[in-house]
Design a protein. Structure first.
Length: 202
């Protein structure tokens, strides 16, 4: 009798396990259940894509902001450079005019020679800046023309011509001015001849 009860119990448990396995397999193959799982996967994928898109847009906006910032910084640097260039040019012409005025208005050989030496020192400093390209493009052209014309004026005056040639050949402190004159000798001589022809016509 006991053996019969145990056999029935095993059969009942086997039937129960078979029914559970069948219900599990049915739930896995149920079309509605599959559809719900696919919808959840699609929703999770779209959620992840949304955050990826937002992150990409944020990176793009940050990059554009950096580019625009660099552009405005470049404009500010350019404006500051132009302002400094203009100030340097104004100071150059102010100093040149001051030295020229003192050279023309001094009386006596000693004061005249002092004014001449100061003018040569000014030309030496300006020639140094020019030779080593310390001026911007536009300013450099204007400074060149002023240096050239100042040398031409000195060479036209017999007294100053002799002194400037002596100073350049004997004084190592005027090395940059000598280099400037040697490099641009053809243009300087051309202007000298042009001024001579102009004075002859008048």
């Amino acid at each position: 009798m006991g053996c019969i009860m145990r056999a029935r119990t095993r059969v009942g448990s086997d039937v129960g396990s078979d029914s559970n396995s069948n219900s599990g397999s049915n739930s896995r193959t149920d079309p509605n259940d599959i559809k719900r799982r696919n919808q959840r996967k699609l929703k999770n994928l779209m959620y992840a894509m949304d955050w990826t898109t937002i992150a990409a847009i944020g990176q793009f906006v940050a990059a554009m902001a950096a580019v625009i910032g660099l552009f405005f910084v470049g404009l500010q640097i350019k404006a500051a450079r132009m302002t400094a260039d203009l100030q340097a040019l104004q100071e150059f012409f102010r100093a040149a005019a001051d030295h020229e005025a003192r050279l023309g208005n001094t009386d006596g050989d000693e004061k005249n020679l002092q004014a001449f030496n100061e003018f040569l020192n000014f030309l030496e400093v300006s020639a140094t800046a020019y030779n080593h390209e310390l001026f911007q493009k536009t300013t450099k052209k204007i400074v060149y023309e002023k240096l050239r014309d100042s040398i031409v004026v000195l060479k036209e005056n017999p007294q100053w011509h002799r002194r400037i040639e002596q100073a350049i050949t004997s004084d190592s402190a005027l090395e940059e001015l000598r280099i400037f004159m040697e490099r641009n000798r053809t243009d300087i001589e051309r202007v000298v001849e042009a001024r001579k022809q102009l004075m002859a016509q008048t």
